[in-house]
Design a protein around this ligand. Structure first.
Ligand code: 13P
Length: 257
């Protein structure tokens, strides 16, 4: 039984003060959702204040990126060990970082290793562009991303990693993948690749989220699918009522299983 995990990726939204207000607004509802892991991932400058607010809470805090070196002359970067003072999770390899900030499968792999060494749970993002999808290269692309991400990662480490399947064409577009399509990739591509890499016993324990225009209206249908273990939510995680609705959909699903 995999515990569903709903994470809010706030991207570059909310000042520290606004972040605290948003968390305060939804905190008790998120805490009431038993059987679901809830994670909020504010921008870095808001992380310490949000973490202090959630210090005794079941709601976890994540960051949106980390650097793998522990310290040194890396202007502008935040080391995984620094993030780990405040966070339990780290989003790694988001498509926006790959597209705008030059992230590669190699840097993603190094960041995963840095996060694990610091005791953070990596939420590793994979997903295909519209062009790749139209060229029917979704499967080979994601297999390649997963092979790159998991290079040199042990079985014990792999079990603790969360994968987020986020088709780029579905991010911020309002056009989520259909539940069938998301289930197909999460199961027949992502979990199948994890099975090939680590065996089915391990692959069955690794959680696979779907992300890309998840909202209060479509979450229940997506989360009902057997290979979708949660959601990585962008825009809808910035609205307390919507994020709470998505978390409740996950709770209903975990009760039903
Ligand atoms: P949206 O939910 O806004 O489409 O963003 C998804 C995403 O990129 C989460 O990481």
């Amino acid at each position: 039984m995999r515990t569903p995990i709903i994470a809010g990726n706030w991207k570059m939204n909310k000042t520290a003060a606004q972040a605290v207000d948003l968390v305060a607004e939804m905190r008790s509802d998120l805490e009431a959702a038993e059987g679901v892991e809830c994670v909020v991932c504010p921008p870095y400058l808001a992380v310490p204040d949000v973490a202090r607010l959630l210090v005794d809470s079941t709601v976890a805090v994540g960051c949106q990126d980390v650097y793998w070196k522990e310290s040194g002359a890396f202007t502008g970067e935040v080391a995984a060990v620094m993030a780990a003072e405040f966070c339990q999770y780290a989003i790694i390899g988001h498509s926006e970082r790959r597209e705008y900030f030059g992230e590669t499968d190699q840097s993603v792999n190094s960041k995963i290793k840095g996060a694990l060494a610091a005791g953070l749970v990596p939420i590793v993002c994979v997903g295909e562009s519209l062009e790749l999808r139209q060229a029917e290269k979704t499967e080979s692309w994601i297999i390649g991303q997963l092979h790159g991400a998991f290079e040199g990662i042990s079985v014990e480490q792999a079990i603790g990693i969360v994968i987020a399947y986020e088709p780029i064409w579905a991010i911020g577009t309002g056009l989520a993948a259909t539940a069938e399509e998301a289930e197909r990739v999460c199961g027949q591509v992502v979990r199948a690749t994890l099975t090939e890499l680590y065996g089915s016993g391990v692959a069955e324990q690794i959680r696979v989220q779907y992300g890309g225009s998840v909202n209060a209206g479509n979450a229940a249908e997506l989360l009902a699918k057997p290979n979708i273990d949660g959601a990585l939510v962008g825009g809808a995680s910035l609205k307390a009522a919507d994020f709470v609705t998505i978390v409740r959909a996950a709770q209903a699903q975990s009760r039903a299983r």
